[in-house]
Design a protein around this ligand. Structure first.
Ligand code: SP5
Ligand code: ZN
Length: 361
């Protein structure tokens, strides 16, 4: 199994996040991927490669162009206009009946974000591009015939929508990779196992499933694919009636238009055990098998772990190899994209556990 990792993740190092009325030390920090990387090296689980450099085209396929231009310049414009040099964090958010476009340097953050947990620092955009490149490289490896790749992305991505950031996420790495896998198959016959060109008449994107097992609902990924027939989104997460992101992720959100029926949410109660989780996972996997996708993108968060500081599930380390094994039994070429997980001391064991399970197919 190939891991894709860029040290550029460390360029994003937020000084704080705003949570429950307080400015606190950020839960999402560079130590997270350092812990995972060290565990992968100790476990000798396969080669670790640098991402290839992609241009903006595969990112523009998922994100709004103005949004990308904003992210690229947000910090410099903010500081230039007198914003605090520590980080970009808005004071006023565009919401419901107050959502007129207004994008001056100090207010654009409120137009393009939906919460106060995702500060932008000088290196945020470069780190986010490196994470997207890692996911795209993993997707390219699957198109070239690999069966399993792990994009060790940071910052994470599944809360980022087409033109909104939040929840520690700026670019939706999993969505960018999923779209790339679908259209990438235009160029490739045989599920990407050979590099034979397919016939021009079959130019429909391949079906891709995204399974999101982060503790939090992947609201950004849901939004991006909500009306699409070629991507199935399935998410197992804390009930948003109780947990972040609160305003999306309910079971009755089933997709719309051409995507009707292709968005599937499993909101769960607090205290979810290994056995309960694995039972729900069976339902999620059955829906994916029915869809019969060519590829699977797994948005993998480890904030489902019982020791996580912002989660309330009760999974133990033993759960992750079992989750990996069951997902591997789908028999699909799979790209694992790193999302959340904030119990830093346990991240290495939990991530290697999932990957070992996925390898054991
Ligand atoms: C990628 C990812 O996992 N993002 C998560 C962002 C969550 N931010 C808000 C967390 C709210 C936590 N509230 C309960 C904490 C005490 N149980
Ligand atoms: Zn999460």
């Amino acid at each position: 199994m190939i891991t894709i990792f860029s040290p550029d993740h460390a360029l994003h190092d937020a000084p704080h996040e705003f949570l429950d009325g307080k400015l606190i030390a950020p839960h999402e920090s560079p130590i997270r991927v350092r812990m995972i990387l060290e565990a992968l090296e100790r476990a000798d689980i396969g080669p670790i490669q640098s991402p290839r450099a992609f241009d903006l085209d595969p990112i523009r396929a998922v994100h709004d162009n103005d949004y990308l231009a904003y992210l690229a310049q947000a910090y410099e414009r903010w500081v230039g206009a007198g914003g605090d040099a520590a980080a970009v964090l808005p004071s006023t958010l565009a919401v419901r009946w107050m959502s007129r476009r207004s994008v001056g340097p100090l207010v654009a953050p409120g137009y393009y974000s939906f919460d106060l947990s995702a500060p932008i620092v000088a290196g945020t955009y470069r780190a986010a591009r490196a994470a997207a490149d890692a996911a795209l490289t993993g997707a390219a490896l699957l198109l070239e015939g690999q069966r399993l790749a792990y994009a060790l992305c940071r910052p994470p991505g599944h809360h980022a929508g087409s033109d909104l950031y939040g929840g520690y996420c700026y670019l939706n790495n999993a969505a960018i990779a999923a779209h790339f896998l679908g259209v990438g198959s235009w160029e490739l016959a045989d599920g990407g196992r050979s590099s034979q060109l397919s016939t021009p008449s079959s130019q429909l994107p391949a079906r891709v499933a995204v399974l999101d097992i982060d503790f939090h609902h992947g609201n950004g990924t849901q939004q991006i694919f909500y009306e699409r027939a070629d991507v199935l989104f399935v998410s197992i997460h804390a009930d948003p009636a109780r947990e972040y992101p609160y305003f999306a992720g309910y079971a009755d959100e089933r997709g719309a238009g051409a995507g009707a029926g292709l968005n599937l949410n499993f909101p769960l109660e607090a205290g979810v055990t290994n056995a309960r989780y694995l039972a729900v996972l069976e339902q999620a996997l059955a829906a994916i098998a029915d869809f019969a996708p060519r590829f699977l993108v797994l948005s993998a968060g480890f904030d489902t772990f019982g020791g996580d500081p912002i989660g309330d599930f009760a999974l133990t380390a033993d759960a992750y190899p079992l989750i990996g094994q069951r997902i591997a039994q789908l028999g699909l070429p799979t790209l694992v994209v790193q999302e959340g997980g904030y119990a830093v001391a346990a991240l290495g064991e939990n991530a290697t556990g999932l990957l070992r399970g996925l390898c054991a197919m």
